[in-house]
Design a protein around this ligand. Sequence first.
Ligand SMILES: [Zn+2]
Ligand SMILES: [Zn+2]
Length: 147
Amino acid sequence: MSEKHLNEAIHTLKESGVRITPQRHAVLEYLLNSGVHPTADEIYKALEGKFPNMSVATVYNNLRVLRENGLIRELTYGDSSSRFDCNTTEHYHIICDECGKIVDFHYPSLDEVESLAEQVTGFDVSRHRMEIYGTCEICQSLETTKH
Ligand SMILES: [Zn+2]
Ligand SMILES: [Zn+2]
């Protein structure tokens, strides 16, 4: 499944004339296989053993190329570092207050909210972002063992 996804992504890059360097391949592979929403730093740490000469700047550069080609999405959170999502289909996120983990979930896109916002404010709505917060199952069980 993710192997197919990886091959498709590489095909897309080649079609756009993007050179597939070993680092670029590794960054993409990591994002597709990890199933989480890592930061550039986490990706760097995960790949540093494999590519000792790679810098964080290289990771950022590769992420930018992947984003510009529509293969990943960047999730920005104010001043904390961005997280990268290889799931480019419509989905929402639920975020753990304790460990910061971001989990995907699917819910029909809230189009009615967008049109209501448009009517009420006169804005020309382009997109929306909704996030749910709570405590993940792992953190809940850690919490119960503590008491
Ligand atoms: Zn958690
Ligand atoms: Zn996601």
